[in-house]
Design a binder for this molecule. Structure first.
Ligand code: SIN
Ligand code: MN
Length: 273
């Protein structure tokens, strides 16, 4: 097991506070990524309401809440390094609020419009504060052309920037938020102004990388016209004192187990620098 206890967390916290996102110097090894990919295949084959398709297509767009039924993903979300990172970035004990893999299939994966995650979570679930962090692990190499996340660094410091189409507290049909035209997106003009003033960064990186995103960072991603899939696994950890009081969306979208998640070492999930 690689020693991750080298004080690098302080640097990541500083970067995260400044930019609203950061990338760990550690990543999961190729065998660990292969295991995660095999589980993705299993989950897609299994079907069910957790598996969502691109509009008018049989291509899987996303799978949700799989850490509740797939033992590989159940183990991943308890990885001691992921939990240490989530706790360092939120400054509190955490539990899994949301788990998903967005597949962005080669040539078929559709865009995600400009938004802040907190806009969805606050309106749909009543998440009180943006006291959460999303840890992302690409399951494929992410490059400029296969639909990487595009981030506006520092935009999280502007707070919640307001709804594009709906009023906070308005619940939409949650199924619609799976598609390429979800509710709670930002006005594109406002997003482009922010890109003009703050710039933008593409979250590219190798399969197995570990990246962290603030709930208020403004982001989007484009269609994937390339021949390469861009599967991105995302675990949103929420502070235990920030659980939504009365969530109504299904458990595969909003975790109901809100006690502090305990770390569990699993030899299959090795890290490398
Ligand atoms: C998201 O914003 O939640 C996902 C965007 C993407 O997968 O590109
Ligand atoms: Mn998002």
């Amino acid at each position: 097991m690689i020693d991750t206890d080298d004080g690098h967390l302080a640097d990541l916290i500083a970067e995260y506070e400044e930019n609203g996102w950061c990338s760990s110097p550690f990543r999961f090894t190729a065998p660990a990524v292969n295991l995660l990919r095999m589980s993705l295949d299993d989950v897609c084959r299994r079907g069910g309401p957790e598996v969502v398709h691109e509009r008018g297509s049989t291509a899987v767009r996303a799978v949700h809440g799989c850490h509740e039924f797939d033992e590989v993903y159940a183990s991943l979300v308890r990885h001691p390094y992921l939990l240490a990172l989530a706790e360092a970035l939120t400054g509190t004990p955490v539990y899994v609020y949301q788990f998903k893999v967005n597949l962005k299939q080669a040539r078929e994966g559709q865009a995600w419009p400009w938004h802040q995650d907190f806009a969805f979570w606050n309106a749909e679930d009543g998440l009180p504060r943006p006291a959460a962090v999303t840890l992302a692990v690409p399951l494929d190499d992410v490059h400029e052309s296969n639909g990487p996340l595009v981030l506006v660094p520092g935009s999280h410091r502007l707070g919640y920037l307001g709804p594009g189409k709906v009023t906070p507290g308005d619940k939409s049909d949650w199924r619609r938020n799976f598609a390429a035209d979800p509710e709670h997106t930002m006005d594109p003009g406002r997003a482009h102004e922010l890109v003009g003033s703050l710039g933008s960064t593409r979250a590219t990186g190798p399969a197995g990388a570990i990246q962290a995103f603030h709930p208020n960072i403004v982001h989007s991603s484009s269609d994937n016209a390339s021949p390469d899939r861009r599967a991105l696994l995302m675990v949103s950890y929420n502070s235990v004192d920030n659980a939504p009081p009365n969530p109504t969306r299904p458990e595969f979208l909003v975790g109901r187990k809100t006690d502090q998640l305990k770390p569990r070492w699993d030899d299959r999930f090795q890290l490398e620098a």
